[in-house]
Ligand binder design. Structure first.
Ligand code: SF4
Ligand code: SF4
Ligand code: FES
Length: 227
């Protein structure tokens, strides 16, 4: 049988089975999980961001508590997230084609050009994403490369908290990913069907009783803002 591990989470001494994650250990200790938890172990919501100092180490790492196994002597502090006063607003309908991407990025995220290449965002990212490169790709207008960098982003906001230039890299990444989707992706089955209807290859019988379901013409996403 495995030995119990002792660690500290938010100032509380916790005893845990060595096979569990920090988040599981905290829940099993009887603590009320009222914040810093969302997907509860899937590693996709980014809520369980925390600072971890391992026993005998000086360095503190930023990690996801649900993806990190407990270790003896660990010190863990969950990290709150405060909405910055500076929030980006945009409407993807302003984006008519990819020729406008550079202007849009400059207009919505002007501070991105001020990146000082400090790598703070890279070090903060618990997913190990090359965040700084994603910002650089965005500023250069290489939106496909930028979107690929942020594809695995879980919006934990640790890079935003780390950035001395208030760039909010993950929100820039989300904007780029939304833009790529808005400009390039359409459901191919719907496209084929609309073409068949338009050409007369498929007829639509309008005499049948209407079924009251919500239908909407294909359109770009609603106005968005970051959080
Ligand atoms: S890019 Fe930023 S928000 Fe996304 S996972 Fe990494 S640190 Fe978290
Ligand atoms: S933390 Fe901010 S300033 Fe530093 S490299 Fe990342 S985006 Fe640039
Ligand atoms: S609880 Fe969702 S990423 Fe950890």
């Amino acid at each position: 049988m495995s030995e119990t591990v002792h660690l500290t989470i938010d100032g509380r001494e916790i005893a845990a089975d060595p096979t569990v994650s920090i988040l599981q250990a905290y829940a099993q200790s009887g603590a009320e999980l009222t914040a810093n938890v969302g997907c509860m172990g899937q590693g996709v919501c980014g809520s369980c961001r925390c600072m971890v100092r391992k026993d005998g180490e000086r360095q503190v790492s930023t990690l996801l508590a649900c993806e990190t196994r407990v270790e003896p002597g660990m010190q863990v502090s969950f990290i709150d997230y405060f909405l910055p006063a500076h929030v980006h607003h945009y409407d993807l309908k302003d984006l008519h084609d990819s020729w406008g991407m550079l202007d849009q990025i400059r207009a919505v995220f002007p501070e991105a050009e001020h990146c000082r290449h400090c790598s703070g965002c890279d070090r903060a990212c618990p997913k190990g994403l090359p965040v700084q490169s994603g910002v650089a790709f965005s500023v250069a207008g290489d939106i496909a490369a930028a979107a690929a960098v942020f594809d695995q982003c879980v919006m934990c906001n640790l890079c935003t908290l780390a950035c001395p230039e208030n760039i909010r890299p993950n929100h820039l990444g989300l904007f780029v990913r939304r833009s790529v989707a808005a400009l390039t992706l359409r459901p191919i089955d719907l496209m084929r069907r609309l073409r068949e209807v338009a050409s007369g290859e498929m007829s639509v019988n309008v005499t049948l009783p209407r079924v009251e379901t919500a239908t909407a013409a294909p359109r770009l996403a609603a106005p968005a803002q970051d959080r």
